[in-house]
Write a protein that binds this ligand. Sequence first.
Ligand code: HEC
Ligand code: HEC
Ligand code: HEC
Ligand code: HEC
Ligand code: HEC
Ligand code: HEC
Length: 386
Amino acid sequence: MKKTGKNKGQFFLSLCLLSVFVLTAFLTLSSFSGSADPYDTEAGKYTRDDLRRGQRLFKGLMPFSSGLHDCASCHYPSRTDTMNWNPSAHDLAMLWLEDDDYSIREKLAMPIGTRMIEDHMGMSVTEQEEHYLEAYLMEVARRGPGELQAIPVNAMIFWGLGILMALAIIDLLVTKKIKTKVFHVLILVVGLMVHMQYAVAESRNLGRTEGYAPDQPIKFSHQIHSGQHEIDCQYCHTISKFSPSAGIPSNNTCLNCHSVIREGTNSGRFEINKIHRAEASGNAVSWIRVHKLPDHSVFSHAQHVNAGGVECQDCHGPVETMHILMQTSDLSMGWCLTCHRDSNVDFSANPYFQTYQRLYEKVLNGELDAVTAAELGGEDCMSCHH
Ligand code: HEC
Ligand code: HEC
Ligand code: HEC
Ligand code: HEC
Ligand code: HEC
Ligand code: HEC
């Protein structure tokens, strides 16, 4: 009898482990599965077979009549988290979707620019192959650029522990298969601690987006412009000195240089062409906003950049090293206040501060060594919440 009890205990334990395993596997798989059926095409124009052939050609699994070319080795079919300078398969698909007369065949037959010529050396596409490629690219356009697929480690730990805890409670109160209670207690204590930690971290970060670095509509690199070519931040973010907002440059600012510089070392003509296409269609480029405070708080660049003399990098990090712009601070209230308490204001540098007559005189007389931003009102609720 004793023996079966022990066996049941072991059986129960393996059941616990198995269910944790099945659930984590399920979570992982469900986060990896793509959207709808990839072989679903618009009625009539392309068959499933066209699409399959197009995909094989594009991925170098089947030769073109001009030889075996792996287009997907440069034109990636899925998203990457680092800058991929070549147009992705989705980028190509969008071009072709924008313009009904777009022809891959003609582009490869009459290449302009060094990248287009060098990278497609010896590649040509027949009319039939173009039809297949288009069937594939249309599917790529329909699926969209895709999401970045990170393995959801945190979710797996969270749910895995949750199930273990539930099983421990059930066994403790109902089934009573495992006699050593230390085991249950250990699972519950550790589980609760980890869950609390997640809850605190998640609620603190609610609405905050530190580390946010979205793909932009044009692969604009601050590293190339401000790092390599040392273009001053204010050349493009012109209004940051005298306005609350820093401003995003218009097409015209880009075209000051790019009406002459038509080709980039890394991206060829493809990305710079997008500026010209936007200008020709009369639209602004729809840059994706990265930094955003909640509506209840106000922030002024002029106050900091001009009056305070704070460097852009103190708040935005080493922007001149970023290919893809990333938010480096959490933009929390605590972040604002910490800096205000730690920052001495340089009175002599800026006539703006003469409005603080008494403090100004004390600093001039040497009565005070320094005044912090906090002492000038940088801690008053009203300064930041009107
Ligand atoms: C070695 C990398 C590489 C490979 C392989 C490659 N491409 Fe490209 N492709 C590029 C780059 C880089 C550009 C952008 C060049 C430019 O705009 O100056 C480009 C541009 C293009 C364009 C033109 C987009 C426009 O501006 O209109 C088409 C079409 C294209 N590729 C199709 C293909 C096809 C089809 C294949 C496979 C047969 C292929 N490419 C293989 C690197 C590659
Ligand atoms: C050649 C023009 C140009 C220069 C020079 C430039 N930027 Fe930008 N900046 C842009 C463009 C375009 C965007 C929007 C696309 C993006 O986010 O990458 C941008 C976006 C930003 C953003 C994010 C805006 C948001 O949406 O939250 C910050 C912060 C920024 N720049 C800071 C800087 C700093 C700091 C420098 C100097 C080191 C600088 N920029 C130099 C053009 C420029
Ligand atoms: C003051 C001049 C100047 C301005 C303004 C400017 N750029 Fe550039 N840009 C350059 C230079 C220089 C290069 C490097 C060209 C090369 O690789 O030889 C470049 C390269 C690029 C490249 C290609 C990068 C590569 O290596 O392939 C893109 C894309 C680009 N710029 C987009 C923009 C956009 C978008 C704007 C407006 C927000 C802009 N640029 C404003 C000077 C400028
Ligand atoms: C004291 C910190 C601080 C400094 C210094 C600072 N920024 Fe910002 N920046 C912010 C905050 C906070 C936001 C978000 C503002 C909002 O959502 O209202 C922001 C937003 C931006 C944006 C997004 C668009 C906009 O206009 O709001 C750009 C672009 C930008 N900053 C560029 C710059 C540049 C360029 C400099 C240097 C000349 C600079 N910033 C200096 C904190 C700072
Ligand atoms: C890197 C340091 C730094 C950070 C971060 C910072 N500030 Fe400041 N701030 C300053 C300095 C220095 C001054 C003093 C200059 C002045 O008074 O004009 C100042 C002044 C101010 C003032 C004017 C105070 C007054 O009444 O005179 C306001 C409002 C303000 N900051 C808001 C903010 C907000 C909102 C944030 C966060 C989103 C923020 N600051 C983040 C450095 C910073
Ligand atoms: C230097 C600027 C600054 C000052 C001074 C300031 N706040 Fe804030 N506050 C912010 C910013 C920025 C946020 C939004 C970012 C965040 O969620 O932490 C915020 C958020 C808040 C929130 C919302 C919190 C949440 O989690 O959504 C409350 C409530 C608040 N502040 C109250 C106050 C009170 C009360 C004072 C005066 C004692 C004060 N603040 C002073 C900048 C400031």
